[in-house]
Design a binder for this molecule. Structure first.
Ligand code: ARG
Length: 280
């Protein structure tokens, strides 16, 4: 079923081109950005041999990371058009540890797991929550961060807590855990899926949805950028972020876990996170 939905999504992307936002028809992922809008960033290996970058294949000189880069502070496109943020920097630090280069591919969030499975990318790093369904398809590294699903509303909204979401129109990023929880808890007809969080927030600003359910740090960024919005105190769900690797590549998983452990140990991980998420 999932495979079919994905196939359908791919077809729709081909035919529909760039679509703004999706409907809430579960089989339809028409809201997904076409991969044509993809950004690619190549970063050089740290003082290593400069062999031609290899597509996929962690045994090559370049690790290919997939992400969906409208998720600040974890990944976003900077003024120069490069993809930066916590995930990009941690990935670069991992690649440095492994003596490899890093290439980052921007794609629809929903495509990441299948891109890992199919080998189009070596790993996915996208503020991705570990959950049992995804863990059936990919292996997860040790967790490098915690995320919390929160609710963004317009200031003065009659939604004051999670209990008020019933009967409201909820904006989500398609395929995210926030999207999955809301669909489960409030029904598909209550959820409007968007291809990224920024579009969901824009719909909230325009009054097309009553709230947006999304991860807390991106939520803070979106609220800071859009006056008149606020985040409810209620935490909808607390989750672990980890890196997704193909089940066929246990070697890469071990290498990533070893690199993460070393980066935790020497303080690199904390300093990257603190750079983007100032202590409150
Ligand atoms: N943590 C949520 C999930 O795993 C949302 C992640 C969205 N990430 C992104 N880069 N857009 O489903």
């Amino acid at each position: 079923m999932k495979k079919f939905a994905f196939f359908l999504a791919a077809l729709l992307m081909l035919t529909a081109g760039l679509a703004g936002c999706g409907g809430n028809d579960s089989g339809s992922d028409a809201g997904q950005q076409a991969d044509g809008g993809q950004q690619t960033e190549v970063q050089e290996p740290a003082g290593d041999d400069a062999g031609a970058p290899e597509e996929g294949g962690a045994d090559g000189d370049t690790l290919v990371m997939g992400t969906e880069a409208t998720f600040p502070p974890y990944e976003f496109v900077d003024a120069d058009g490069g993809i930066t943020g916590i995930d990009a920097e941690i990935a670069q630090a991992i690649a440095d540890k492994l003596g490899m280069g890093l290439e980052i591919k921007d794609m629809a969030f929903e495509s990441l797991v299948s891109a890992v499975q199919g080998g189009a990318i070596d790993f996915a790093m996208a503020g991705m929550t570990v959950n049992p369904e995804r863990a059936e398809s990919v292996d997860f590294s040790t967790s490098y961060a915690t995320g919390v699903q929160v609710v963004i509303v317009a200031e003065g909204s009659e939604i004051a807590s999670i209990d008020d979401l019933d009967g409201k129109t909820i904006g989500t990023q398609s395929g995210t855990t926030g999207d999955i929880y809301c669909t489960d808890d409030y029904g598909q007809e209550s959820v409007r899926q968007f291809s990224n969080g920024a579009l969901a927030v824009a719909a909230l600003v325009n009054g097309q949805v009553d709230c947006v359910v999304i991860d807390n740090e991106p939520a803070k960024n979106f609220v800071a950028a859009n006056p008149g919005l606020t985040i409810l105190e209620t935490e909808y769900a607390v989750e672990d972020y980890a890196i997704a690797v193909s089940k066929d590549n246990p070697e890469l998983l071990n290498q990533i876990n070893a690199a993460l452990a070393a980066l935790k140990e020497d303080g690199t991980l904390d300093s990257i996170i603190n750079k983007y998420i100032p202590a409150e």
